[in-house]
Unconditional design. Structure first.
Length: 348
């Protein structure tokens, strides 16, 4: 029966991964965690299926559970507070190093099979599991409190759906955590339980997470900080915002009269198409509009510094990167709403 359950969850995990990627859906940082966790669930369930059929694969449970714990904690913070705190990252690094030390000394996860404890833990393993559960439980409690104290959840549709979605999953996890404690307690006291194998806990946990993903609020698929899956596959180099910021803003590339996309892409060591996609997805503007907007802002700075008193408008226009007076007037009127002359009069 367990082998059938493991194979079923493997198929369900594959279906969930395809569901996340179908129809050129968007891939956000949260979705990266979703996909990574689903891949772990799928691979782990398949390895369980092989092991239950007599093909033992050593140490996969230990490695997968560590990665799953880190992904779960990060995902929770990304959903609720939109970022991963540095303290959490530090604890995860410490937790991982501790695991590596134990793993190098032959650590294996204790399991209950047919009512008997396998891989009895040492004191170091107990400390490890204490840290493991403390990290996860603290993350759950913290984020549940954050959700519970949202003041505008009744009027903010986004917060309201996120609140219900996450809280329902957290309640299920807490119930499962309580059942796990009862399972291990009953083992030592030899009392009656619903099941005598800890692998059932793993199946329930994996199934809950798959349901959590499948019933996610659909607006997460339209995250403006996401990129489409097809675009992700077609991008070979990519462009870091810091590189663009350094050249375009810090070095005032927009002030060059001959600035153009081909030249900027060459300087950034990317293709023109990659630069165009970056501007569309990260800056949310096309090259011409971005260029003119920043030139107009620089032109306004020159006017505010009273340089118009010693320079002509044509000269200031040229200093701002515009090739001619007419282009400058059109851009200035579009972005400011008045002409440069009217702007100067308001400064007096």
């Amino acid at each position: 029966m367990y082998a059938t359950l493991a194979f079923s969850i493997t198929l369900l995990g594959l279906f969930s991964i395809f569901e996340l990627l179908r129809g050129n859906q968007k891939i956000s940082l949260i979705k990266y965690h979703f996909i990574a966790r689903l891949m772990l669930i799928t691979a782990g369930s398949f390895f369980d299926y092989l092991e239950l059929n007599g093909n033992e694969i050593p140490y996969y449970q230990e490695i997968f559970r560590l990665i799953a714990a880190v992904l779960f904690v990060n995902m929770l913070f990304l959903i609720v507070v939109k970022k991963i705190p540095k303290l959490v990252i530090g604890l995860e690094i410490f937790f991982t190093l501790y695991f590596i030390i134990l793993f190098a000394n032959g650590f294996q996860v204790p399991n209950i099979k047919d009512g008997l404890l396998e891989n009895k833990p040492s004191i170091y393993h107990i400390i490890f599991f204490g840290t493991y559960f403390f990290l996860i439980l603290s993350a759950i409690i913290y984020n549940v409190v954050q959700l519970a104290t949202i003041k505008n959840f009744s009027t903010n549709l986004y917060e309201s759906k996120i609140r219900r979605w996450v809280l329902s999953y957290m309640i299920c996890l807490l119930v499962l955590f309580f059942i796990t404690i009862l399972l291990y307690t009953s083992l030592f006291r030899h009392t009656f339980v619903l099941y005598n194998d800890s692998i059932v806990n793993s199946f329930i946990h994996r199934f809950l997470f798959i349901l959590f993903i499948l019933f996610r609020p659909k607006f997460l698929d339209d995250d403006k900080y996401s990129v489409s899956f097809n675009q992700l596959l077609s991008s070979t180099k990519g462009l870091a915002f810091k590189e663009f910021e350094f050249l375009f803003y810090a070095n005032h590339y927009y002030l060059q009269p001959n600035a153009n996309m081909e030249d900027l892409a060459l300087k950034l060591n990317v293709t023109k198409n990659e630069l165009s996609l970056f501007l569309r997805d990260e800056i949310e503007e096309n090259f011409t509009e971005l260029l003119n907007k920043n030139r107009v802002e620089y032109f306004k700075q020159l006017l505010n510094s009273k340089k118009y008193e010693s320079f002509t408008i044509e000269a200031l226009s040229e200093m701002s990167g515009f090739n001619n007076r007419r282009t400058m007037y059109n851009a200035f009127n579009k972005h400011v709403g008045i002409t440069p002359t009217e702007f100067i009069q308001r400064l007096k």
